[in-house]
Write a protein that binds this ligand. Structure first.
Ligand code: LP5
Ligand code: MN
Length: 238
């Protein structure tokens, strides 16, 4: 009885080492899981299900093998791959979850989310997020030819990298206010998210309530395993 949680792998054709680590994980630990939850930024960038790459094909094939073998897989989108569509997820056999989803995790009321929505001090990002989550803007973007979408996403990435250098660590973290509000409003026991790339276990009120932050996969893997008794957040060298 174990469920796995991963996020921020940022898979792309430029990083075959991370893709290799993902494939190894899918063919080892994941095969005996009760469930696998992917909490966003599985891909470095996603500009439409019709832009097929070696990475997108490999991931789909690994996920499909796992889901066909009876392990349910769930996906919450991140700020890089919010355009992952129904067509691709269907090919993977993966179920899309709402941006903020509450599950019963072996008796613990747990909220799952990517995490970006709680970075409310980062007003420029939240404004950007509202725009790119607008279904009309997304539809218009997806009507563009592939090369134009790739180019726009690459410009956005450059802009984001530049902006991030000027932002403080606290601006790019979740706020205590957003965390507390969700714990209280839903009477949560646990919250699990990624996005900030600061793997840790926080205790916002007491030992009973935990906020678990998953790490990215740039230098090492980061996997949270949860059983009915305990949890383990660990990383392995790529
Ligand atoms: O991603 P990361 O870690 O660098 O930083 C994030 C926030 N940045 C983003 C932007 C993405 O990196 C861009 C890639 C998305 C491509 C998706 C497909 C295209 C969709 C098109 C529309 C439907 O998410 C960053 C946060 C940081 O996390 C920490 O939380 O700070 O936020 C920003 O950098 C936002 C900027 O401050 C403002 C907006 C930048 C984009 C401006 C667009 C200009 C590009 C011109 C294109 C013609
Ligand atoms: Mn992210």
């Amino acid at each position: 009885m174990v469920s796995y949680f991963i996020a921020d792998l940022h898979l792309s054709d430029e990083r075959p080492d991370i893709l290799g680590a993902f494939v190894r994980f899918m063919r080892s630990e994941a095969i005996d899981a009760d469930a696998l939850y992917i909490l966003g930024d599985l891909f470095e960038v996603w500009v439409g299900d019709d832009v097929i790459t070696h990475t997108s094909q490999t991931v789909a094939s690994e996920l499909k093998k796992l889901t066909d073998s009876g392990v349910p897989c769930y996906f919450i989108c991140g700020n890089r791959d919010f355009l992952v569509g129904k067509r691709y997820l269907r090919a993977c056999g993966v179920q899309l979850l709402a941006d903020e989803t509450i599950i019963d995790l072996y008796g613990r009321k747990t909220m799952l989310l990517h995490g970006d929505i709680m970075c409310t001090l980062d007003e420029a990002y939240q404004k950007f997020r509202r725009k790119v989550h607008n279904p009309i803007i997304q539809w218009l973007f997806l009507c563009l030819p592939k090369f134009a979408r790739v180019k726009i996403a690459s410009n956005m990435r450059s802009h984001s990298k530049m902006q991030n250098q000027t932002k403080s660590d606290s601006i790019m973290d979740v706020t205590e206010q957003e965390v507390t509000r969700r714990f209280e409003q839903h009477n949560l026991q646990w919250m699990i998210h990624g996005h900030t790339h600061r793997p840790a276990i926080h205790y916002p009120f007491n030992d009973e309530r935990q906020r678990i932050v998953l790490g990215d996969w740039y230098q090492q893997s980061s996997v949270l395993s949860v059983t009915d008794k305990d949890l383990l957040l660990e990383g392995d060298k790529l």
